[in-house]
Unconditional design. Structure first.
Length: 528
């Protein structure tokens, strides 16, 4: 029996590391930013680009698994990921962090993640496979939940760098036992369509980068813009963000059409679009995207609130997020057991309702003092919702694609997970900073501060960074403000931060409500 489950234990450890990296850094935002001489915006870019790299190349990674063999792709990915983790742990600045974490680790993950799903399908059949996928889903939830605690503890008592050094060691150990994993024979005559890869990467990259830059350049009306020979680049007076989002969507549509053409011609497509004929798969992937959108958005906004607004350290932040972690783990386990009594759709819908309710409770707790019990309750309910979803969606999606397309299914799951994470961090993070900026400037205009102070703040608001109240006070004093003026500026800025975070949470709740529309095709049959 122990030998029977050895493979899933190996794969589960790999899955744990892959997901851990998406949440472990968030509670250490302030410390990492200080160590690398950057700011919260720089960390938002690093987090977004990590998940974006995985989203953009995940389908390619799955296809390479078809060409090389899933176990070989798993091994190569583990090596690349381990090297990226080592570089991240030793990073002296943001540039090296972006290279090691956002790029190299991301490229390693795109080989490992699809292989995990495919190898689980190869090594287990029937009910054992259902259990195996439930374990993978549960481990994903546990990793997302454990990330803040592990990151907070290591950052407070040791260093955030040891987390990545530890990942390198874990991947090395996994490499030593991968021969225990069975694999299928490599398919013949597998190729990769390079134009498809380029379209996929360009479409996702331009779309997400546009969302990231919205807080700086503006959505439609330009706030600022890049320049060429001193001339602002704002075609027809419209922000570049609008053009980038539109361009990204057009490129991704072109990518989809190309995949459809390749498949119709009997050629090897990067994405087998015929899989989307399954309404179950479409629903499962859409809800999965919203799930990871919510996780990423929460794990970006909440640490900013706890660390920057309230002044918590990394460990205190991890402890405050603990109720979400507990709820996620408990209801991942409960959801896996409830599937014997209720349909997957009912459990998924219950999870979505929990996300909406938890988000509303959390919104009511946000203030300068932190309503601890209400905050913890909201986080726990959110964790319960995420746990219910984690317990169901992996098996729903992999069952929808079938054994023959297990690698494609794993690649699609990884793509939608990480695209959701990228969009959550980029979109909600940018909306938060935009709300903070506009709210701060608007409120400053209503104060009795001297007109020259108001004019200075309005002029420089476009370069506003998310900073703590003491930093805001020190900055105001350095610019010649009196103590009373600095105090008034800090009060206005703190209130703007609180309002910005509430608005960000409202957007998250709105997306959770929207996700209800996409769960209608999740299987509703009761288990036999």
């Amino acid at each position: 029996m122990k030998k029977k489950w050895l493979v899933i234990i190996i794969l589960a450890f790999a899955q744990f590391v892959m997901v851990l990296d998406s949440t472990v850094m968030n509670v250490s935002l302030s410390t990492v930013a200080s160590d690398l001489h950057t700011d919260i915006t720089g960390m938002q870019v690093a987090i977004t680009f990590y998940t974006l790299t995985m989203a953009a190349f995940m389908l390619t990674g799955g296809k390479l698994g078809d060409i090389w063999g899933r176990r070989r792709a798993f091994k190569i990915g583990a090596v690349v990921y381990g090297l990226g983790s080592l570089m991240t742990g030793l990073a002296p600045n943001l540039t090296i962090l972006l290279l090691g974490w956002s790029l190299i680790e991301g490229l390693g993950a795109v080989l490992v993640i699809p292989a995990i799903a495919a190898l689980a399908a190869v090594n287990y059949k029937g009910r054992d496979r259902v259990i195996a996928f439930a374990i993978i889903g549960g481990i994903s939830g546990a990793a997302a939940a454990a990330g803040p605690l592990i990151g907070g503890f290591m950052t407070t008592y040791f260093s955030w760098r040891y987390v990545f050094i530890g990942e390198t060691i874990i991947m090395a150990i996994i490499l030593l036992v991968t021969n225990k994993i069975a694999d299928e024979k490599v398919r013949d005559k597998q190729t990769i369509d390079v134009p498809s890869v380029l379209l996929s990467v360009a479409g996702m990259g331009i779309l997400v980068y546009g969302l990231l830059q919205s807080k700086v350049w503006g959505w439609v009306k330009p706030i600022s813009s890049p320049e060429f020979n001193g001339v602002p680049i704002t075609p027809f007076g419209i922000s570049l963000v609008a053009y980038m989002i539109l361009t990204g969507i057009i490129i991704l549509w072109t990518f989809y059409r190309r995949q459809k053409m390749l498949e119709a011609q009997g050629k090897v497509a990067l994405l087998k679009v015929s899989l989307f004929a399954s309404p179950v798969l479409r629903s499962g992937l859409a809800v999965l995207l919203f799930q990871y959108f919510t996780i990423a958005a929460l794990f970006f906004v909440m640490p900013v609130y706890l660390q920057v607004v309230l002044g918590f350290d990394a460990l205190q932040t991890g402890i405050k997020i603990l109720p979400l972690s507990v709820g996620l783990i408990l209801f991942s386990i409960s959801g896996a057991r409830l599937v014997t009594m209720f349909s997957a759709r009912k459990i998924v819908r219950l999870g979505q309702i929990c996300l909406i309710l938890g988000g509303l409770v959390l919104m009511s707790s946000i203030n300068e003092q932190l309503e601890g019990f209400i905050f913890g309750t909201g986080m726990f309910i959110l964790g319960a919702g995420l746990g219910f979803l984690a317990s169901q969606l992996g098996n729903v999606n992999m069952s929808a694609v079938g054994d023959k397309n297990s690698a494609e299914g794993g690649g699609l799951q990884g793509t939608f997970q990480n695209l959701g994470s990228s969009l959550g961090t980029a979109l909600i993070g940018s909306l938060f900073i935009t709300s903070l900026t506009t709210g701060f400037v608007s409120s400053i205009d209503q104060t009795t501060l001297p007109s020259n102070v108001k004019d200075y703040i309005s002029t420089n608001a476009k370069s506003l960074q998310v900073i703590s109240a003491p930093q805001a006070e020190a900055y105001a004093m350095s610019k010649g403000a009196t103590q009373s003026e600095a105090d008034e500026i800090v009060d206005v800025y703190t209130n703007a931060q609180i309002d910005g975070i509430r608005q960000a949470l409202f957007y998250i709740v709105a997306f959770c409500v929207l996700s209800l529309l996409f769960s209608r095709n999740i299987p509703n049959a009761k288990p036999k």
